[in-house]
Design a binder for this molecule. Sequence first.
Ligand code: ZN
Length: 283
Amino acid sequence: MNSKALVIFASLFTSLSQAQNLPQVLSVPGGIAEIPVGALSEPAPQVFFQQHRVLVTHNDSEWLAIVGIPLETLPSRQEIELKTQDQTSHLSFQVAYKEYPAQYLTIKNKRMVNPEAEDQEKISADLKLINQAIQTWTEQDEIDTDFMAPVDGRLSGVFGSRRFFNNQAKNPHSGLDIAAPPGTPIKAPASAKVINTGHYYYNGNAVFLDHGQGLISGYFHMTEIKAKPGQVVAQGDIIGTVGATGRVTGPHLHWNIYLNGTKVDPALFIAKDLPRLEMRNHK
Ligand SMILES: [Zn+2]
C-alpha cells in the first residue's frame, strides 16, 4: 500500500469510528460531562468520580470520560481522578445551574404516597436490589451508546422535575416518562445484558439492563416482563410491555439511566428522537 492509499484508508477508518453516537453533553446537575482524558495512541486511563468508576469511550483521536453528574450537585467545579500504569492525576470541570420544573400529581392509592409499616419493609428490600443493580460494573471495550427511544409514545414526564404527590413534596423525578397504551412493546434502546427483573413497590414490574462500564438502564411499571436475567439483547428486542404497575397515574414507561452509579437525564441519550415524542403533546 502506498502512503496515499494509507491516508485514505486511515480517514475511512476515522469516519467509521466517528459514527459512534455519544450522549448529548450537558454539564448540569443530572446531566453528563464529556472530558477528554488522553490520546487514543496511549492506553485508556481508569477514571473515577466521587469514588465511582467512570465510563471511558473514545472518538477518532481521544479517550473520553462520560461522567454522570448527580442531581443534588450544586453548580461548582468538580474533579475526576485519572489513573494510568504509573501515575494518578486530576482534571476539573464546571457544573452549571439548571432549573427543573415543578410537577403536581394526584395519586388515588394513598398507600403509594404514605406507605404503611409492612410496605416499608418491601420498599427497603427493593432498594437493596435496585442499588445492587445500578452499581453493576462490567469491563467492556466498546460501549454501545447509540440509543433509540424504548417506546414509541408521548413524552409525559421529564427528568428532574420537583414532584408533589397529593401536595406532599417527594423526591425529584428520576427518569423520563413515555406514555403509551398498555401492552405497547418496550424495546432495548441499544445492545445490553439483562441484570435482573422484579416486582417493586413503587416501580412495579421492572427490568434493568447492563450496557457495560456502569452504563445501566431501568424500565418500570410494565404490564409484562419479557426478559430474563443474564439474557443478551440487541437494539430493538422486546423486553416487556407498557403498563401501570407500581406508583403511577396512568400507563407509561418510566425510564432511568445510570452512569457511575448516579441517575442522569435519559433525554440526553435520545436527543434525535425527542422532538417526535414531544410533539405528540401538542396534537
Ligand atoms: Zn416516571
